[in-house]
Design a protein around this ligand. Structure first.
Ligand SMILES: Cc1cc2nc3c(=O)[nH]c(=O)nc-3n(C[C@H](O)[C@H](O)[C@H](O)COP(=O)(O)O)c2cc1C
Length: 334
């Protein structure tokens, strides 16, 4: 058996293989309503038919100020929750674990006609007061509760890419002189505790493992943050990078070492992503233990059946395992 296709237990959740779909915004909500529509139903169903071990739904806003763009998903009003419940039921028909990335864009929101919030006040950003901090933590909690009610198997807190949680974590964007500046992990801690309590199931976090800025958090600082998250009940560290400065070297496998180092520093389960496009690369990362899970983003956008085709070529897909029409398609590969 190829290790990539072996199941893995993540805090009691069994995934059937070790390849997942990375969270990717599709920017296709209509009318700025944050409601999943026919496009999302088709898109995520199509990804599920390719039989990944898990799918992480795109960044989904926990309140009206948290959207990255005018066309991003939300999970805080009844219409949004109803549509997401339907989406989960569709994806679950195809036997994959489905999680949602709970996100707040903070001062990086590109939404039109909205207030932008962040740790610090600037020309167009409202520095968050204690009242807003408490409210946003409650919004994360409510969204985690809603995710449970919608039927998601897991949630992922978006703590990476320079969005709100990352803005609190980084010295580049948090020079507050209150307790949220003295301990830059405090907001993350409170959000994580609230989400772990509210979701009552597997909680992942995505962190930027390198801020690529000498004035930012160091790789070692972020490893300590990873360890902190595990101590708060997070079960998987999804290690990405960047969000503030330009990423200096983007090439094949450019983020894998960050996940490996995080795994070594924390002994936790990790996921990696970033220009991993070949079966051999995935197998090598998993076999060598560099990462427990490999997430593919753009590869799955190009080819949602990439994993299934690889599995078929290895002789691991039987006729009974897939729909007849899919099997006929696979057979034509030979
Ligand atoms: C269209 C697009 C949208 C993305 N949206 C998100 C997102 O919502 N949340 C997130 O954490 N990362 C997001 N990312 C980053 C991906 O999850 C992934 O880390 C990145 O694309 C590198 O992996 P890849 O080379 O396999 O695509 C996005 C990437 C793309 C290409």
């Amino acid at each position: 058996m190829i290790k990539t296709f072996e199941p893995l237990d993540i805090a009691g959740m069994q995934i059937k293989n070790r390849v997942g779909v990375a969270p990717m915004c599709t920017y296709l909500c209509e009318k700025k309503d944050g409601v999943a529509n026919d496009f999302h139903f088709t898109h995520y169903t199509n990804l599920a038919l390719g039989q990944p071990g898990l799918i992480i739904q795109e960044a989904t806003a926990v309140n009206e100020f948290g959207y990255i763009s005018d066309n991003c998903l939300g999970i805080f009003n009844p219409r949004q929750k109803e549509a997401l419940t339907h989406l989960v039921s569709l994806v679950h028909r195809y036997d994959t674990k489905f999680g949602i990335q709970l996100a707040h864009a903070g001062n990086k929101s590109r939404r039109s006609n909205t207030l932008r919030f962040g740790p610090m006040t600037t020309d167009d950003v409202v520095g968050m007061s204690q009242i807003e901090i408490d409210r946003f933590i409650q919004d994360f909690s409510n969204s985690a509760k809603a995710a449970r009610a919608c039927g998601y198997d897991f949630v992922e807190i978006h703590g990476a890419h320079g969005y709100l949680i990352n803005q609190f974590l980084s010295p580049l964007t948090n020079q507050r002189d209150d307790e949220y500046g003295q301990d830059r992990t405090l907001f993350l801690k409170q959000v994580t505790q609230a989400v772990v309590k509210a979701f009552e199931g597997p909680v992942f976090i995505r962190l930027s493992g390198d801020e690529y800025d000498p004035m930012g958090n160091s790789v070692e600082d972020i490893q300590k943050i990873g360890a902190l998250c595990l101590s708060l009940g997070v079960c998987l560290l999804n290690i990405s990078s960047g969000g503030f400065a330009n990423i200096p070297h983007i090439g094949p496998l450019y983020q894998v070492h960050l996940a490996t180092q995080m795994k070594q520093a924390t002994q936790g389960l990790v996921a990696t992503a970033g220009l991993i496009t070949e079966a051999e690369q995935v197998a090598q990362i998993i076999d060598s233990g560099q990462s427990d899970i490999v997430l593919l983003g753009r590869k799955f956008l190009q080819d949602p059946y990439f994993l299934l085709k690889w599995k078929y070529k290895e002789g691991l897909v039987q006729e009974k395992d897939v729909f007849a029409y899919v099997y006929r398609g696979l057979r034509s590969l030979k």
